[in-house]
Write a protein that binds this ligand. Structure first.
Ligand code: NAD
Length: 368
C-alpha cells in the first residue's frame, strides 16, 4: 500500500487499524495504556525479516489518536527500509507517545513505557526520536535491556542526532555533486527547516563549509540562539517553501512536500533529516523528478542515527560509526544511478533496492 499522508478527517472514515492508508502489512501494533502515569503509546513493528525491529520513540502532542497511529505506521515502515538500505541486520519499528514532551513527560511515564517495551521480549528495541532525550533512554534502560541510544556513561553510543546530521550532510553533498557538478557547498544557499537536535548540527556543518544558511523553526528563542551562534539568517518571508534557495533541508516534521508546496519549491536539491518528507511518496516523488528537483531519499540520508544506535547492538566503535555514516555519500550516488538506469524516482529506487534485500533475506531465513 502507498504510504501517503492523510488528513485526520479522512483517517477517521477508514477501518481503525488494518484499513489505514499507512498500514502496509505491519506485523504487530501494540497499544499501551497506563492510567496512573497517563501513558498512551503505540508501538509499531513493521517488519522483522532482517532482525528485531529497531526504531525511536517520538513524543508529540498529536491532535488525536488517528494522527498518532498514522504516524507510527508510517515511521515504522520507514525504519524497515532505512535499515535495509543501510545494510543493518535489524527490522523496522517505531513508537509514539501521545502528549506534550515539555509538560507530560515524567520519569514514571518513561519507566512504564519501558515496561511495555520489555513485555515484547526484544521484538522491538527502542531509541530516541523527537521529544526524547538520552536521559529518557537511560530511564527506559532501568527496566529493559531492549533500548539503545543510552548515555555513554552507561555504556551506550550517546545522542544519535549529531551522527544523523553528519549523514544528512554527506547525502546533501552527494546530491549537490549530481545536481551542481560539485559536492562543495560553499556559496550554496541552503534553507534548514527545523533547527532541533539534528538541524542545528547540520547548520554547523554547512556554515563551516561556507554555505549561505537560512533557518526556520516555530521556536523563536531557538531561532535567535542558532542565528547568533552560527551567524545565519532567520527566514522572515511569506512562504517558506517558495524561498529562493539552492537546497531545501527539511529537518522538522514529515510530509512538508505535499500538494500545497510541491509546485512552489525553487530549490534544486532536497536533502534533510525529517522522516517521510513526501506526503505521498509516488505522486510527490514523481512531481519533484518532473520539475528537475533532485530528492535525496530521507530514509537513506538520515540513517546516521540508526547506525549510531545499532553500534550498541553490533558492538562497533566510533571509527566504524563514522565510516558507515560517510558511506551514505556513496550509497546516495548509487541510488541516483539506479534511478536513472531504471527510469524511476530516487525514492522508488531506494525502496526497490531495500525491498530486494529484504526479499533475499526472507528466502535465506526460510532455508535455515
Ligand atoms: P527535535 O525535536 O530536536 O527538533 C525538531 C525541530 O523542529 C524543533 O526545533 C521544533 O521546534 C521544530 N519544528 C517542529 N514543528 C515545526 C514546524 N512546523 N515548522 C518549523 N519547525 C518546526 O527533532 P530532531 O531529533 O532534530 O529530528 C528532526 C527530524 O529528523 C524529525 O523528523 C526526526 O524524525 C528526524 N530524524 C531524527 C533523527 C535523530 O537522530 N534525531 C534520526 C533520523 C530522523
Amino acid at each position: 500500500m502507498n504510504a501517503a499522508f492523510t488528513t485526520s478527517n479522512e483517517l477517521q472514515k477508514m477501518d481503525p487499524v488494518f484499513g489505514q492508508t499507512s498500514f502496509d502489512d505491519h506485523e504487530q501494533i501494540v497499544f499501551c495504556n497506563d492510567k496512573d502515569t497517563g501513558l498512551k503509546a503505540i508501538i509499531g513493528i513493521h517488519n522483522s525479516v532482517m532482525g528485531p525491529a529497531l526504531g525511536g520513540t517520538r513524543m508529540y502532542n498529536y491532535s488525536n489518536e488517528w494522527e498518532a497511529l498514522n504516524d507510527v505506521l508510517r515511521l515504522s515502515r520507514g525504519m524497515t527500509f532505512k535499515a535495509a538500505i543501510t545494510g543493518l541486520n535489524i527490522g523496522g519499528g517505531k513508537a509514539v507517545i501521545i502528549g506534550d514532551p515539555k509538560t507530560q513527560k515524567t520519569p514514571e511515564l518513561m519507566r512504564k513505557f519501558g515496561e511495555f517495551v520489555h513485555s515484547l521480549s526484544g521484538r522491538y528495541i527502542t531509541a530516541e526520536d523527537m521529544g526524547m532525550e538520552t536521559r529518557d533512554m537511560d530511564i527506559v534502560r532501568d527496566v529493559t535491556p531492549y533500548v539503545t541510544g543510552i548515555s555513554e556513561e552507561r555504556g551506550g553510543a550517546g545522542n544519535p542526532s549529531p551522527v544523523t546530521a553528519y549523514g544528512v550532510f554527506m547525502g546533501m553533498k552527494a546530491a549537490a555533486k549530481r545536481q551542481f557538478g560539485s559536492d562543495n557547498l560553499s556559496g550554496k544557499k541552503v534553507l534548514v527547516e527545523g533547527i532541533g537536535h539534528v538541524g542545528e548540527t547540520l547548520v554547523a556543518y554547512l556554515v563551516k563549509e561556507g554555505a549561505i544558511v537560512t533557518i526556520a523553526d516555530i521556536n523563536e528563542q531557538k531561532l535567535n540562539e542558532v542565528a547568533a551562534t552560527y551567524n545565519t539568517t532567520i527566514f522572515r518571508g511569506e512562504d517558506l517553501y517558495a524561498a529562493d534557495v539552492d537546497i531545501y533541508a527539511p529537518c522538522a516534521m514529515g510530509a512538508t512536500i505535499n500538494n500545497d508546496t510541491v509546485y512552489k519549491i525553487k530549490a534544486k536539491v532536497i536533502a534533510g533529516a525529517a522522516n517521510n518528507q513526501l506526503a505521498d511518496e509516488n505522486i510527490h516523488g514523481a512531481i519533484l523528478q518532473e520539475r528537475g528537483i533532485l530528492y535525496a531519499p530521507d530514509f537513506l540520508i538520515n540513517a546516521g542515527g540508526i547506525i549510531n544506535v545499532y553500534a550498541e547492538l553490533a558492538h562497533y566503535d566510533k571509527a566504524e560509526i563514522t565510516r558507515r555514516t560517510e558511506n551514505i555519500y556513496d550509497t546516495t550516488l548509487e541510488i541516483f544511478d539506479f534511478a536513472i538506469a531504471n527510469k524511476m524516482t530516487t525514492h522508488t529506487a531506494a525502496l526497490t533496492i531495500a525491498q530486494n534485500r529484504i526479499n533475499q533475506r526472507k528466502i535465506e531465513n526460510s532455508r535455515r
